[in-house]
Design a protein around this ligand. Structure first.
Ligand code: ADP
Ligand code: ADP
Ligand code: MG
Length: 240
């Protein structure tokens, strides 16, 4: 344990929570199959970044996380790798992961990184483009031919209000990316949207992972209240 603490200090990793999994030193420390390891290399990733070292094993143990690390520190792969590992391949259950981003451009970037990391797995990753088409595509009677949804909150909440609403009953991971931006853009409206999304994600196995570039007390408070067994991971300066 002392070794683990030393390793975390070395990489500026701060953790708060109970029974936190050990950080990984290398991508070889996680039980992923060779195809995923190859995809990681193809992306040009040779060693995990500090936020990836701690977040990947934590999410792989199905722990809910609030992960804070500066912009450009690899937060996207930190949540995509555990998700791809758990989804394995396509299923006919509809969306099993929802990723909420503040802008459509970020949603598209996240989709692209997911496609690269999940190459060969056959996972279907969707970004909502045509809102009118989406209503019929994602209702409960749809063919459920998607596994991952990447979206902005406005679009998702719009689709939740349609008849029939978009079905999120099989969502196991709800990822909130750039939570600091989402919470700041009309703090109350995003909270309300998040509540609507959580009501729709009514699967008992639903877990939340929240990512942020800054450590924001308002977000930390929300997570402590709403996420059981929360693990808080902060890399770098802890400026409240
Ligand atoms: P953040 O979301 O923290 O701002 P990103 O996930 O967008 O950061 O990653 C920033 C850049 O770092 C991207 O170009 C990404 O491809 C790259 N990257 C991510 N993980 C690694 C890694 N382990 N090694 C090298 N580059 C990485
Ligand atoms: P975002 O870019 O965050 O998805 P937009 O406001 O551009 O949000 O929403 C995209 C589309 O979703 C709009 O063009 C509109 O058709 C529909 N939409 C979103 N929110 C609403 C709403 N509250 N009422 C009606 N339509 C909405
Ligand atoms: Mg990011």
């Amino acid at each position: 344990q002392e070794k683990v603490n030393h390793f975390r200090n070395l990489h500026n990793i701060n953790v708060v929570g109970k029974n936190i999994p050990n950080p990984i030193i290398s991508f070889d420390d996680i039980p992923i199959k060779q195809d995923l390891k190859d995809n990681i290399k193809t992306c040009g990733y040779y060693t995990p970044t500090p936020i990836q070292m701690q977040t990947i094993p934590t999410m792989m143990e199905n722990r809910q996380v609030l992960a804070c690390a500066p912009t450009g520190s690899g937060k996207t792969a930190a949540f995509l790798l555990p998700i791809i590992y758990q989804l394995q391949g396509p299923q006919k259950k509809g969306f099993r992961t929802v990723i909420v981003c503040p802008t459509r451009e970020l949603a598209k970037q996240t989709q692209r990184e997911c496609e690269r990391l999940a190459e060969g797995r056959g996972l279907r990753i969707h970004v909502i483009n045509k809102i009118s088409k989406a209503v019929e595509q994602f209702g409960p009677n749809s063919s459920k031919k998607f596994d991952i949804l990447v979206t902005t909150p406005n679009r998702l909440c719009y689709l939740l209000k349609q008849e029939p609403p978009i079905s999120l009953e099989n969502v196991e991971w709800l990822i909130i990316d750039e939570a600091d931006k989402l919470f700041e853009s009309g703090i109350h409206s995003f909270r309300k949207q998040l509540e609507q999304i959580l009501v729709a994600c009514n699967n008992g196995r639903r877990k939340i992972a929240m990512f942020s570039a800054t450590h924001t007390p308002v977000i930390a408070k929300w997570c402590v209240h709403n996420m059981k067994g929360l693990v808080r991971i902060t890399v770098g300066q802890r400026n409240a």
